[in-house]
Design a protein. Structure first.
Length: 493
């Protein structure tokens, strides 16, 4: 049975949201979404987060989505949405993206006046609570649902309190100014940097936002770049590009014409060759040069951009792109966005949205697409828009055995491990043979890291039974720790 009072509440709040958008049409322009669309999408995430399977067919929940949110899904789509968009560990501590824009509007001199005298952001928070309460009561409230609703509501209240917007009399006392445009990262004590990427802060394959580290000078960052193992051609290409940016900036400051260049890049090469490491460092360098304003790196892949059903891919891609404004958006295995011969795939929608938002935010957004060399060439050449924006390729060659050994020793040193002389010789021989063999699953630096982890495990098994374990025992890797028995057996055969 439909609760018409709740429907009226929803309609009234959405009208307020439309008034906010009309008062400042540019408010969410960078996202490619209207404020209404963003609020609706975030509310959908919220109820999906609250949803707990109770053994029913989910019909009551699906009817709720249809009746109150105008969203049509089957139960499979709803569950996939829940686990794809709402189950990140930071979700319950992260204000919905729409709240950042609503708070920014409420703190502006032209804030929309509501009949209640309360900020629009407060009205939306109250709507969250009412929708949440109605949703969890559909089939009897579970302890988990009630706890999640309570904790999410407290987080929203605390977010408003941080900006002096949690009041009910409409006086608006103790309001403070936004700390940055779009309030990105402004929820300091309430959230982590995950606010910048909504619900994609899981790992590098699902969209992790890497926070800018302690401020360094440009010289220090260039030194860090040049100290990376191997990557000789990469370092030279990037140094040339950075020098070009410096001169372009200088010409701009002196009122001279600047060369027309694109700073979007294609990183091509095999896995484990340092593409993400270099991209993260480049984001900081670009910030120091004034190319971007914030210097964060947002790492995503296809799953972070493409939704599984009609109408959500553009929204999902827009949210991710918006989180990267001011820094670099790094799309790994970007070629997976294009699936030849599959007209029903939504990857093309993600590409189209990406290209539009790259143009809309060309002054404060760099995009790097990465993947295997041959596949990246096919990807870029598949679309004239991609080809015009990505014309600078940086090739990451595979590491040699000597370079892998340097990487192994460097990682071991950071963890306070040291191979003895015999073990050190074995490590070099083993990694050299690994690099030369170059088997299909060879992962370059990741292979060295995985090998080190196995060596550490073997060392732990070896020394754990010692009666007295010294610091030297804890630190030293011996031949028994580093020897790969399977490889040796294969060689003997």
């Amino acid at each position: 049975m439909v609760d018409y009072n709740l429907k009226l509440k929803i309609d009234g709040v959405f009208k307020m949201v439309d008034d906010v958008q009309n008062a400042d049409p540019s408010l969410t322009a960078a996202t490619g979404m209207s404020l209404r669309e963003m609020v609706k999408y975030n509310l959908l995430q919220f109820v999906a987060f609250l949803f707990e399977s109770d053994g029913t067919d989910g019909r009551a929940e699906l009817d709720f989505l249809r009746d109150y949110m105008g969203t049509y899904m089957n139960i499979s789509q709803f569950i996939n949405f829940k686990y794809g968009k709402c189950m990140d560990k930071n979700f319950i501590n992260t204000p919905p993206r729409c709240m950042l824009y609503l708070v920014k509007s409420d703190l502006s001199p032209t804030a929309v006046k509501t009949s209640s005298g309360r900020p629009v952001s407060k009205e939306v928070v109250d709507l969250y609570k009412e929708i949440g309460a109605a949703f969890v009561s559909l089939n009897g409230e579970s302890v988990t649902e009630v706890a999640n609703l309570s904790n999410f509501s407290i987080m929203l209240d605390n977010f408003l309190k941080q900006y002096g917007l949690y009041f009910t009399d409409g006086t608006g006392k103790s309001r403070i100014n936004p700390k940055s445009r779009n309030l990105r990262g402004s929820a300091g004590s309430t959230t982590s940097k995950a606010t910048k990427v909504t619900a994609v802060a899981k790992d590098s394959k699902t969209g992790t936002a890497s926070e800018p580290e302690t401020e360094q000078t440009l010289e220090q960052m260039m030194e860090e770049l040049n100290s990376l193992v191997g990557l000789k051609s990469v370092k030279q290409d990037l140094t040339n590009l950075i020098n070009l940016v410096k001169i372009r900036k200088l010409r701009e400051e002196r009122g001279m014409k600047q060369p027309d260049i694109t700073l979007h890049l294609v990183f091509s090469g095999n896995p484990g060759t340092g593409k993400t490491t270099v991209a993260r460092l480049l984001a900081k360098i670009y910030k120091a040069l004034g190319v971007v304003s914030e210097g964060q790196l947002v790492e995503v892949d296809r799953s972070s951009l493409v939704a599984g059903y009609v109408g959500q891919t553009a929204t999902q891609t827009a949210e991710v792109v918006e989180s990267a404004i001011g820094g670099i958006l790094f799309i790994d295995e970007a070629y997976t966005l294009i699936k030849k011969g599959d007209d029903k795939d939504f990857g093309q929608e993600a590409v189209d949205t990406l290209l539009k938002l790259m143009e809309d935010n060309r002054n404060d957004l760099i995009v790097i697409v990465a993947g295997y060399t041959d596949k990246m060439e096919e990807f870029v050449n598949s679309n004239p828009g991609l080809k015009s924006r990505f014309n600078k390729y940086i090739f990451f060659s595979d590491y040699t055995g000597e370079e892998l050994t340097q990487i192994f020793n460097s990682m071991a040193k950071k963890q306070e491990y040291q191979p003895d002389e015999e073990a050190g010789k074995y490590v070099e021989e083993y990694l050299t043979s690994l690099a030369k063999a170059h088997e299909p699953n060879f992962a370059n630096a990741r292979a060295a890291r995985n090998y080190l982890e196995k060596c550490i495990e073997r060392q732990a098994t070896r020394i754990v039974t010692y009666d007295k374990i010294t610091d030297d025992h804890l630190r030293t890797l011996t031949i028994d720790d580093v020897r790969e028995e399977k490889k040796d057996e294969a060689a003997e055969e």
